[in-house]
Design a protein around this ligand. Structure first.
Ligand code: NAD
Length: 354
């Protein structure tokens, strides 16, 4: 049976990697992307797949309830994986409103529509940031039953959406799962995030503005390992479960900055310490033993290999880096994209429902 799989936010960093992964793995399924194409979404990541008609792209906003419910009624998807979100912590501190719209209202619209068409699987992509801060000098790890205690508006909206997803399991028996992952690195990450941002600055011999003392710790995982974990969960017979995903690979932001400088053969004195972010969590670290024990998933890519692949990718794709860096707001009209990227078969692959 051909399955209809909808990937919300499939034009962003992790969503793009996930789409590439499942198009290859499930060539007989019908894969759709629903994406608003905010400044962080990049349809050009899928140019080849669209040209080859291996993908259907739908431009739309998950926060628009009528649009979402009409789309689900029309297409009757079998599986929904939701990556769509506003994701930049600093932006959430400046302007939390859009985070509430997309991350909470948008997720709820997807849940209602998924319930109404009796979807077979709804998977919510969440983050370790919902657990809050382990703190300086801590040695423990986030478990799935660690109480959620978000400290910034981004994390609070992700936590709220997780709770809504769980409530739909309890109340309506919606077949849901949630994964909470640590910091991802890899190709296609928007150039405002730490690794691609610092990589670009360092390549141009510009100072790297490192927040606070640079000793905040994050648990880094290669994006393909994250995609594989989501796929394992989506294809499993588990419902109503939360799975932590992590790499057991803790690094300070200072270490990451120095690795970038070393790769580019630049001096460490490019690092410039700047004011710390408000409520900047000190340490995140995941315990991923539940997904290992239940589903046999473990990260495969060693950090030294993954980070090398990542640096090589940014080094070899200067046009992609320049395009995403120059663009804050993407043209909000799909015809603009057609003009910009000149896709051959784009018209046939796009449905504009409103
Ligand atoms: P991203 O910012 O690169 O991509 C987000 C995508 O969502 C973009 O394509 C954007 O256009 C789309 N989008 C935003 N608002 C939308 C809306 N209202 N309707 C439809 N589409 C919309 O984000 P990312 O880093 O790829 O993260 C994807 C998901 O994974 C997020 O839910 C995030 O919370 C989660 N996550 C990210 C990380 C990480 O390290 N990047 C770690 C753990 C979890």
């Amino acid at each position: 049976m051909v399955r209809k799989i909808l990937i919300c936010g499939g034009a962003g960093f992790i969503g793009s990697n996930y789409v590439h992964y499942i198009v290859k793995k499930y060539p007989n399924d019908k894969i759709y992307i629903l994406d608003k194409l905010t400044y962080a979404g990049n349809i050009a990541n899928h140019q080849k797949l669209l040209e080859e008609s291996k993908l259907i792209f739908i431009k739309g906003d998950i926060a628009d309830q009528k649009f979402v419910s009409d789309l689900f009624e029309e297409e009757k998807f079998d599986i929904v994986v939701n990556f769509a979100a506003e994701t930049h912590v600093d932006r959430s501190i400046i302007d939390p409103g859009i985070f509430i719209q997309t991350n909470i209202v948008g997720t709820h619209n997807l849940l209602m529509a998924a319930r109404d068409i009796k979807i077979k699987r709804y998977h919510q992509v969440s983050t370790d940031e919902v657990y809050g801060d382990l703190g300086d000098g801590s040695t423990d790890f986030f478990m799935e039953n660690t109480p959620i205690a978000p400290t910034c508006p981004y994390a609070a909206t992700k936590a709220a959406s997780d709770l809504l997803v769980q409530s739909y399991y309890e109340t309506y028996k919606l077949p849901i799962t949630i994964s909470r992952c640590s910091n991802n690195y890899g190709p296609y990450q928007f150039t405002e995030k730490l690794i691609p941002f610092f990589f670009k600055l360092a390549s141009e011999n510009k100072p790297l503005p490192l927040m606070g003392d640079g000793l905040n710790i994050r648990d880094w995982i290669y994006v393909e390992d994250h995609c594989r974990a989501i796929d394992v969960i989506v294809e499993s017979d588990k419902y109503g479960e939360i799975y932590n995903i992590g790499g057991h690979n803790e690094k300070t932001n200072l270490e990451i900055s120095k690795l970038i400088l070393k790769y580019l053969k630049k001096d460490d004195n490019l690092i410039m310490f700047v004011d710390d972010r408000k409520a900047h969590d000190r340490r995140y670290a995941m315990d991923p033993s539940k997904i290992k024990n239940d589903l046999g998933w473990e990260p495969k890519i060693k950090f030294k290999d993954g980070i090398h692949l990542t640096f090589e990718w940014y080094n070899n794709n200067p046009d992609w880096v320049a395009e995403t860096s120059n663009r804050i707001i993407l043209a909000d009209n799909i015809r603009e994209h057609q003009k910009i990227y000149n896709f051959k078969n784009l018209k046939e692959n796009i449905k504009i429902l409103k």
